[in-house]
Design a protein around this ligand. Structure first.
Ligand code: ZN
Length: 290
């Protein structure tokens, strides 16, 4: 999808599964299973979608999937479905080398968003997957990931990330604002302290990567919130604030985990937020902007 002098494309690092109940918190299964089919272990599909935004010399990747370094046991627990190096391979097939990525914006450091930032090099040592990219993280989240709670410790592979810092590739964003011309980050902390929504304001419309604030299209409905969230009432407030603005400004939302629906615009009708138009970034909305 083209907007102004920006181009937006989706890439994937494969798929995995998580417990459906954990993805919907207090929402009864009889309601969420109309949107998400559960397997025999009650797990539902999650995509590992990443957004590539390009303008001029800038090549910005938002989130990088879970990466390669998973043993058999974890592959089974999470039903990981991906080919080796999937994200890097998909980018290469589109003519994009990992060296050419100028910026990686990490919404947060949970394994399914940031695991792909590091890879095993030819010498068997860990190395940054995108060796020339600045890696942006909220400072508050960086601090949290270094000392997570017992409840969310399993979501981090925290030792890994020191390497980004040691390589001089780490950029800490402090709060909301523009980190590059047209690129705005907004902390949303209900899911985890200092998660950030990433927005691209092109002058001809905006695109937002909403990460774990709204992982699935079905979760546009405000009370449909993940059981993983550390502070679900804060998520309610943050979702309402963000979605109100998304309706007013006609922002295109890109969903990281929805296995079917890639992007949508939003409307508020009959007392709740709903999709206005659902589309892929390759097709763009019929309403224009493609
Ligand atoms: Zn997360």
């Amino acid at each position: 999808m083209k907007l102004g002098d920006w181009t937006f494309r989706a890439f994937h690092d494969g798929r995995f599964k998580l417990d459906g109940g954990a993805m919907f918190g207090v929402v009864p299964k009889v309601m969420w299973e109309k949107h998400h089919r559960a397997d025999e272990a009650n797990r539902i599909d999650l995509d590992l979608r990443c957004l590539l935004a390009e303008q001029g010399d800038r090549r910005i990747l938002v989130d990088v999937g879970m990466g390669d370094r998973w043993d058999e046991k974890k592959r089974g627990v999470f039903a990981i479905e991906r080919r080796p190096n999937q994200l890097v391979a998909e980018l290469a097939e589109a003519g994009i080398t990992r060296e050419s990525v100028t910026d990686v914006i990490l919404t947060h450091l949970h394994f399914d968003h940031a695991g792909g930032a590091l890879r095993e090099g030819e010498d068997g040592q860990l190395e940054p997957t995108f060796p020339n990219a600045r890696h942006w993280v909220q400072k508050r989240h960086w601090d949290w990931a270094g000392h997570p709670s017992e409840r969310d410790r399993a979501s981090f592979r925290r030792d890994d990330f020191a390497l980004l810092d040691e390589a001089g590739l780490l950029e800490l964003a402090d709060g909301s604002g523009e980190i590059m011309p047209g690129v705005r980050v907004t902390p949303v902390s209900g899911h985890t302290p200092g998660q950030q929504v990433v927005e691209f304001h092109t002058g001809q419309g905006a695109v937002a990567f909403v990460a774990d604030l709204i992982p699935f299209l079905s979760q546009l409905h405000v009370p449909w919130i993940m059981g993983f969230d550390l502070n679900p009432l804060l998520t309610v407030t943050e979702k309402k604030q963000f979605l109100t603005r998304a309706v007013d400004e006609g922002i295109v939302l890109v969903f990281e985990h929805d296995p079917v629906h890639e992007a949508a615009t939003v409307t508020f009708t009959d007392g709740r937020f709903r999709p206005a138009e659902v589309f892929t970034l390759a097709d763009g909305p019929k309403g224009g902007g493609a």
